[in-house]
Design a protein around this ligand. Structure first.
Ligand SMILES: [Cu+2]
Length: 420
């Protein structure tokens, strides 16, 4: 109940506020006319036109920069120039959302586990691979007590990692859960064909559609919902990645992780508790409240990112955006090899500190774990750490003092090092 109140608050403030503003102004005008007529005996014939012009002027000043709202939606004053539906939330969707809220699944953990990855492909021949995904609108927790209405592929953010081989034919079925409020679709950047599959997979709630494509180009590709307003669907969590392994496969490694950065735009400020309403204006302005890995704060931690000293490690890193470019960095390690922009088969970069992950793009990074400890993954635009853009990987095993020696005084247990 409190959640519903918090969600409606912003909407009510705008509609009710707007109505009161107009009603108030008209009432004030009538009283003003009455007052001048009674006390100064100015004839009504003169008064009414003067006062009307005065208040019309006030209205023009107030609305000249924003315009009169065309329809009831949140936010009220937003004019956009996209090729399709704008990012505003029509009030009728909000009422549908309330009616659906009870049926909507409340997920315990919205974060896709970074170690939840399909195994490497051992085949040396192409196949037809069937993939099934369900577009699902759920309620999940961004942080303690801060809940969001997430739109997802299979109930988690990011959606499942799809793994196929170059030359495979992918038969993809997209279902839209009957509890959904919105239409959804999928555009895979691994597709050669119009819309990346968007047109072929546009599904209404309860509907299901299948399309086929041949994975011609090896690489790690982002997929996302492409139903308009596309940015709005992505900013609710509708993205994931598909890996098209080259015919010969990727080099064998000991551990692989699946990580995607994304932004979330809530009307409530950073840390505001309760169910958060989506703020289209903040999205247009590129001012997210939350910037996180795998859908929420603290999603990547030593429980799900554990490696051993001596392991070779591979990160599949993507960026769902929708506005920011990620400066992906692992504090305390150097990426021995980076597949820039996740391109496979081209020129690789070696010995990289920070790699760029474009919005709607990806990178593959590989490194060998040299010494034990906690390693923090970040977007090195470091102010974003405070919005959630960090995670922790733990490496366990033997110290190697030749590579790293903290030179701790064995007699002091206060954890502070000293210099010699
Ligand atoms: Cu969608």
């Amino acid at each position: 109940m409190i959640e519903i109140f918090r969600l409606t608050k912003y909407v009510l403030f705008q509609t009710v506020g707007f109505t009161i503003l107009i009603a108030g102004a008209i009432a004030a005008a009538i009283m003003f006319v009455f007052f001048l007529y009674r006390w100064f005996s100015i004839p009504k014939k003169v008064l009414i036109p003067i006062v009307s012009v005065f208040f019309l002027g006030v209205f023009l000043v107030v609305f000249s920069s924003q315009g009169i709202p065309q329809s009831f939606k949140f936010p009220l004053f937003l004019k956009t120039f996209g090729p399709s539906t704008g990012p505003e939330l029509p009030f009728k969707n909000i009422s549908v959302f309330f009616r659906q809220l009870k049926n909507m699944e409340h997920v315990a953990d919205i974060a896709k586990l970074p170690d939840d990855i399909p195994p490497p492909i051992k085949r040396n021949y192409p196949e037809t691979v069937k993939v099934e995904m369900t577009a699902k609108e759920v309620v999940g927790e961004m942080a303690d007590g801060v809940t969001f209405n997430y739109w997802t592929f299979d109930g988690r953010v990011p959606g499942p990692m799809i793994r196929v081989r170059e030359g495979d034919t992918v038969e993809l079925t997209l279902k839209n859960d009957p509890s959904s409020v919105h239409h959804h679709s999928i555009d895979l950047h691994a597709v050669n064909g119009p819309g990346g599959g968007h047109g072929a997979t546009k599904v209404a709630p309860g509907e299901s559609k299948t399309f086929k494509f041949k994975a011609l180009n090896p690489g790690l590709y982002v997929y996302h919902c492409a139903h308009p307003n596309v940015a709005t669907h992505m900013a609710h969590g509708m993205y994931g990645m598909i890996l098209v392994e080259p015919e010969a496969g990727l080099p064998e490694v000991d551990k692989e992780f699946y990580v995607m950065q994304g932004e979330f735009y809530s009307a409530g400020g950073l840390g505001k508790k309760g169910l958060q309403i989506f703020d289209a204006k903040k999205m247009i302005n590129g001012q997210p409240e939350y910037i996180v890995f795998n859908g929420k704060t603290n999603s990547l931690n030593p429980d799900n990112m554990k490696v051993n000293v001596g392991d070779t490690v591979r990160f599949f890193v993507g960026n769902g955006g929708v506005n920011l470019i990620s400066s992906f960095h692992l504090i305390g390690e150097i990426f021995d090899k980076v597949y820039p922009e996740a391109s496979i088969g081209g020129d690789y970069h070696y010995n990289v500190q920070t790699t760029l992950i474009p919005a709607g793009g990806a990178a593959i990074t590989e490194f060998k774990m040299d010494v034990p400890g906690n390693y923090i993954l970040v977007d090195h635009a470091l102010a974003r750490l405070d919005r959630g853009a960090w995670g922790v990987m733990i490496a366990e095993g033997e110290e190697n003092l030749e590579i790293f020696d903290p030179m701790m005084d064995p007699l002091a247990d206060d954890g502070h090092s000293h210099t010699h």
